[in-house]
Design a protein around this ligand. Structure first.
Ligand SMILES: [Zn+2]
Length: 207
């Protein structure tokens, strides 16, 4: 797959600047390998820059995707359904913006629909768009809630993410069992603690 003329990113990487070329990105990987102390030209490493750059395309494909567009196709005939829609255990594979280290876990998303609902796979897709960008778990949690609020105008949104961060497990403090839980509640979920408790109970977690 050629990346010489990448799609225009939805988020501007550097305002006013063009994206670096694939060759420039591979050169940066060679520099990091040399900086780590190895020889980027040795047999085992010579194709690594290409693999890393291709992996980056996958890990960070969320920059080329627009959550607003994903949530734009809604179903308005819901036969009066107005209770929570909950998605449990959505896989989260992301990278922290502080270390570009993976953090991996699960997301739980609920919203209280007004007159429209969205295909449930679109919610999973929105989680994935934000996961495939650099951010912190906290900002990602807030961004998912905001995207759903903006896109669906629900009566409220609840998000929980539970993830383990490799920047804590394989470096730094080296605590492999610590997981980080973040929550964001908006609308009725924010103002009604009983709804929050019901969400926590229904996703199978203890409050
Ligand atoms: Zn980190």
């Amino acid at each position: 797959m050629s990346t010489e003329t990448p799609k225009k990113p939805v988020l501007k990487a550097v305002p006013g600047a063009a994206r670096p070329s694939k060759e420039q990105a591979m050169e940066a990987v060679r520099t990091l390998i040399a900086w780590a102390g190895d020889n980027p030209n040795r047999e085992g490493l010579k194709d690594t820059p290409k693999r890393v750059v291709n992996a980056y395309q996958e890990w960070f494909k969320g920059y080329d995707e627009d959550p607003e567009e994903i949530l734009s196709r809604v179903f308005e005939d819901v036969s009066g359904y107005d209770d929570m829609v909950i998605l449990r255990e959505i896989d989260v594979e992301s990278h922290c913006e502080h270390h570009i280290a993976p953090f991996i876990g699960k997301a739980y998303v609920a919203y209280l629909p007004t007159e429209k609902v969205v295909g449930i796979s679109k919610i999973v897709k929105v989680v994935e768009v934000f996961a495939k960008r650099l951010q912190t778990q906290e900002t990602m949690t807030a961004q998912i809630a905001k995207a759903i609020d903006d896109g669906l105008k629900p009566r409220g949104t609840a998000i929980m993410i539970d993830a383990k961060h490799e920047c804590m497990t394989t470096r730094g403090v080296h605590h492999p069992d610590v997981s980080t839980i973040t929550t964001q509640f908006t609308g009725e979920f924010k103002t009604n603690p009983a709804l929050q408790e019901r969400f926590i109970r229904m996703i199978g977690r203890s409050a």
